[in-house]
Design a protein around this ligand. Structure first.
Ligand SMILES: [Zn+2]
Length: 224
């Protein structure tokens, strides 16, 4: 059973990546979007995968994976943030719809990540303006995580942490911030959701991270 699940998840992911290749090459087939499919799905849905993605209008999962009706259970918000609504939706997909694959989909030139990066710069500038000596400066850096956690902006509290973590690891460009944020999103989901945790432990679920590239139309598969 466990092996079956794992191969189901892998097969689903391979199918999604094949769909993405078709899309990127301009050969999308737009499968399962006809009246017949719609009618066959009236009584129930059995999506293979759940996707947590950014709301960016250029990154609709069904289109970039060349999927159709009933294929993907998608949850989207700016910068694929992990909040109660996202967790509840994904838990529904895992526990009730029995998806075997969960894809966290970030993307190139994510405005939410850029906003968090700018916010972090502003926060740093404020912190440095407040202090006079170098000891206090070091202290201000030490408490930067607290400042991020207390920030008025939800995007800062959620994505600012990812940017900060990336910078701590001396990663400085936007693409790296996006990759770290995808990794942190997965980490958050696993930490905060017992449903996801046990599905992973029982090998009923596989989680993958991917970053969509606007220029090529392809998703970059991330390994953590
Ligand atoms: Zn985005």
């Amino acid at each position: 059973m466990q092996d079956v699940r794992e191969s189901t998840a892998n097969a689903t992911w391979s199918r999604m990546l094949a769909g993405n290749r078709r899309f990127a090459e301009g050969k999308a087939e737009h499968p399962w979007q006809d009246a017949e499919t719609r009618e066959s799905l009236i009584d129930r849905q059995t999506p293979d995968a759940a996707v947590l993605a950014c709301s960016d209008s250029r990154v609709p999962p069904e289109i970039i994976f060349d999927a159709g009706l009933g294929d993907l259970f998608t949850v989207r918000n700016a910068g694929h943030m992990v909040d109660d609504a996202a967790i509840a939706s994904l838990e529904y997909a895992v526990a009730k719809l029995h998806v075997s694959l969960l894809v966290v989909l970030g993307h190139e030139r994510c405005g939410a990540v850029a906003m968090a990066s700018d916010g972090l710069d502003a926060l740093l500038a404020r912190a440095t303006a407040e202090i006079e000596d170098s000891l206090a400066a070091a202290e201000a850096m030490d408490t930067l995580d607290e400042r991020i956690a207390e920030d008025a902006s939800i995007i800062m509290r959620q994505i600012g942490f990812s940017v900060w973590q990336a910078r701590e690891a001396e990663l400085e460009d936007a693409a790296d911030y996006e990759r770290v944020h995808i990794a942190r999103t997965i980490e958050e989901l696993v930490t905060r959701s017992e449903v996801i945790q046990s599905a992973l432990a029982e090998e009923r679920l596989m989680i993958v991270g991917a970053r969509y590239q606007l220029e090529s139309g392809k998703v970059e598969v991330l390994s953590f």
